[in-house]
Design a protein around this ligand. Structure first.
Ligand SMILES: [Zn+2]
Length: 381
């Protein structure tokens, strides 16, 4: 008798505790085990759903999306539908800030999970909880925003209605602390030096290849260079503007990385100080692995750092060009770098693992320190 009473009391206690977990933990979203959420996502077939998604496939190229999207960046749990089972939200992360970060709400039914809501292509910045709702944020680029830094965010509030998920979208200013920059100010300027137009062919095919390159390497679905944040200085390892033009003009895979489109730079400064422009500033150009999405490339005809730094006419023209560009785009002198400094740039991004440490030896830090000191003597007005 006594024993059965104790058992009954214990059972009642356990049931109460269980019920409490189900009702209190339940409706409100809270962080929970990433490993358990990953297992639930796999049981619900989310990796296969990613692999079947045409847009994710086009972004990841030869790699299956699920082979790149393997880690859970955020895991939240709630019993959103109030049926006593703990449901889950899985947000996957990979690659760069601008890469897609698929997420799904997984509804538990018995031992299995089903995908109740998913968005597979958004470049999610955060998903925060708002009681029973979830609020997803993704970048919203204005035409004048740099590729690194959107000025606004798209906020999507996800709400369970009792029968399905309803969403409400709002566009707001990017929150303080996010890596954003103000709209271009009219104030900063410097005189534009004389520039001789000598455009290399950049037809639709090359633009398509550039966009595909930007997708593969940066997760950016565009060939456009929007508000560059970096200027990269190079030398050509040849002796003339024409030889440089001949290298950049054909749209052929480069011998080093064997990728399309062909390599290029926006400008080249000749030994006599003339400045030539090969590529429009609105186009991305392949000159520096890890920085093409947000940088202007300037070549200098020469075979060494000393050739460039030691040639007064060429150096003066280069400083004039760089000053004009950096004032126009509000780029600090610290973000005017030599190619050899690319890996230490805060803007360096590279999704392809084998290229993450790739750089070149042209224009070393010591030479660039001299260059930057001279730049600082030419402030924007
Ligand atoms: Zn270079």
């Amino acid at each position: 008798m006594r024993r059965s009473l104790i058992v009954a009391a214990l059972t009642a206690l356990l049931l109460a505790a269980g019920a409490q977990t189900a009702s209190a933990a339940s409706r409100t979203w809270r962080p929970c085990s990433k490993a358990a959420t990953k297992a639930a996502a796999e049981r619900a077939g989310l990796p296969a759903r990613m692999d079947a998604d045409a847009r994710l496939r086009s972004i990841f190229g030869d790699d299956a999306p699920s082979s790149q999207l393997t880690s859970i960046g955020r895991s939240l749990c709630a019993d959103f539908d109030g049926d006593g089972d703990l449901d889950r939200l899985a947000l996957y992360r990979c690659c760069t800030v601008s890469s897609p970060a698929p997420f799904a709400i997984l509804r538990k039914k018995g031992a299995s999970y089903a995908i109740a809501y998913s968005r597979l292509n958004d470049a999610v910045i955060t998903i925060r909880t708002a009681g029973r709702d979830l609020v997803e944020r993704e970048p919203k680029f204005a035409r004048t925003d740099a590729n690194c830094c959107p000025s606004r965010v798209r906020e999507r509030r996800i709400h369970w209605t009792g029968t399905g998920f309803a969403t409400r979208v709002r566009i707001r200013a990017a929150p303080a602390g996010a890596r954003t920059i103000a709209a271009p100010a009219a104030a900063a300027s410097a005189a534009r030096p004389a520039i001789i137009a000598k455009p290399i062919p950049f037809p639709a095919r090359r633009k398509r290849e550039m966009a595909a390159y930007a997708r593969r390497h940066y997760g950016i679905d565009s060939h456009r260079l929007r508000r560059p944040r970096v200027i990269v200085e190079h030398y050509t390892v040849n002796d003339s503007v024409q030889a440089t033009f001949n290298t950049f003009a054909p749209d052929v895979a480069d011998p080093e990385l064997r990728e399309l489109p062909g390599v290029c730079a926006h400008f080249v400064v000749a030994r006599d100080g003339r400045i030539f422009q090969f590529v429009a500033l609105s186009l991305m150009c392949r000159h520096t692995v890890g920085l093409n999405h947000t940088s202007v490339g300037i070549e200098h005809v020469g075979r060494s750092d000393g050739d460039v730094i030691g040639n007064a006419r060429q150096l003066r023209a280069s400083l004039r060009l760089t000053t004009w560009l950096r004032c126009r785009y509000e780029i600090g002198t610290g973000n005017v770098i030599g190619h050899s400094e690319s890996l230490s740039s805060p803007y360096h991004r590279e999704r392809v693992a084998r290229l993450r440490m790739q750089t070149h030896g042209d224009l070393k830090k010591a030479s660039m320190d001299v260059y930057r000191r001279k730049l600082r003597a030419r402030p924007c007005s």
